[in-house]
Write a protein that binds this ligand. Structure first.
Ligand code: PEP
Ligand code: MN
Length: 335
């Protein structure tokens, strides 16, 4: 439920509504707006009888929110959220960011080479998986803690912030020691306990869309993190499962403007996992920028043919250089 105060309502009126909401057993969160204040009600499971609220002085209207999310919605928070990671800003009004790096951190040599390349070509952030959610148990599972140290050092050496995946609560403390941003992977988008825990941290989160998640489910997952207290969330479209098998997943670009109309959080696109094919990565990244994505995340590897994971979708260095030229061009087209 969203309670919209009238333009003349003062602090006393807001306090009165807050107290009334508390009396109903829910929590009120004031959302100051340009002209008037709105008060979001959280904690209710279903419809709340608004008779008592409507009678309070200063209340203009009550909007019943039927969606499974509130704090992430524009109803509750009309202004765009810009997420800051170190000095880097992701979100509306900012140039699209490029996050590049290998699928898996494989060695110091590999990671340092990629970090230098991403930096040299103008990338803004470094990625790399240390804990890998692989489809089969016989596949490379990641270097774990050693990988985190390698990623952190490579990022600091070139002056780029780093993002890496955390797969379970037990890893959170360790990963948070090294990561500027915590990635929740597609397979964990609905690991609600993990979402609640990252929500307690003061650290930006990159939340990837589950491969079978609807947009409502995607936003409800983000809601878990905001409800727990962390609103520094960036969403990431990474392709969904459809009947099509010619690409690894189907890249759902409509999600970008649609989510932007529903939700105030930034949204980026990962064309590497969405297509599974290095030849499709650059054109689809360009498309993502054109439709208004706040950034793109791509996999980059010095020798994709030898990569321990996702080689088929990884850009080698010449392809990454070409990618950056295209992205630059489309950023200019968008402006
Ligand atoms: C990744 O980005 O490394 C990854 C595993 O992606 P996803 O969770 O989208 O499959
Ligand atoms: Mn990958």
């Amino acid at each position: 439920m969203l309670i919209v105060m009238n333009a003349g309502a003062g602090e006393g009126h807001v306090a009165g509504v807050t107290a009334a909401v508390a009396e109903l057993g829910f929590e009120a969160r004031a959302i100051p707006g340009a002209g008037r204040v709105a008060i979001g009600v959280v904690g209710n499971r279903g419809y709340v009888d608004d008779t008592a609220i409507m009678r309070l002085p200063g209340v203009d209207e009550v909007i019943h929110v039927t969606k499974p999310y509130k704090l992430v919605s524009r109803d509750f928070h009309p202004e765009d959220t810009v997420v800051e990671i170190g000095g880097l800003k992701i979100g509306a009004g900012q140039p699209p960011v490029v996050i590049g790096g290998p699928c898996s951190i494989e060695s110091e040599e590999q990671m340092v080479a990629v970090a230098r390349e991403v930096r040299r070509r103008g990338g803004h952030m470094l990625r790399g998986g240390a804990f890998k959610p692989r489809t089969g148990p016989h596949n490379f599972q990641g270097l774990g803690a050693e990988g985190l140290r390698i990623l952190y050092a490579a990022g600091r050496a070139v002056g780029l912030p780093v993002v890496t995946e955390v797969m379970r609560i037990g890893q959170l403390e360790l990963v948070a020691r090294y990561a500027d941003m915590l990635q929740i992977g597609a397979r964990n988008m609905q690991n609600f306990d993990l979402l609640k825990e990252v929500g307690k941290l003061d650290r930006p989160v990159l939340l990837k869309r589950g491969m079978c998640a609807s947009i409502d489910e995607f936003l409800a997952a983000a809601e878990y993190i905001l409800v727990a207290g962390n609103s520094r969330v960036v969403l990431c479209e990474r392709g969904i499962r459809t009947f099509e098998t010619a690409t690894r997943n189907t890249m759902d670009l409509a999600v970008v403007p649609l989510v932007q109309s529903l939700c105030h959080l930034p949204i980026i696109v990962d064309p590497s996992h969405a297509t599974g094919n290095c030849r499709l990565v650059t054109p689809m990244a360009a498309a993502a920028v054109v439709v208004g994505a706040h950034g793109v995340m791509v996999e980059v590897h010095p020798e994709p043919a030898r990569a321990l994971s996702d080689g088929a979708q990884s850009l080698d260095f010449p392809a990454f250089e070409n990618f950056m030229e295209h992205i630059d061009h489309y950023c200019r087209v968008r402006r």
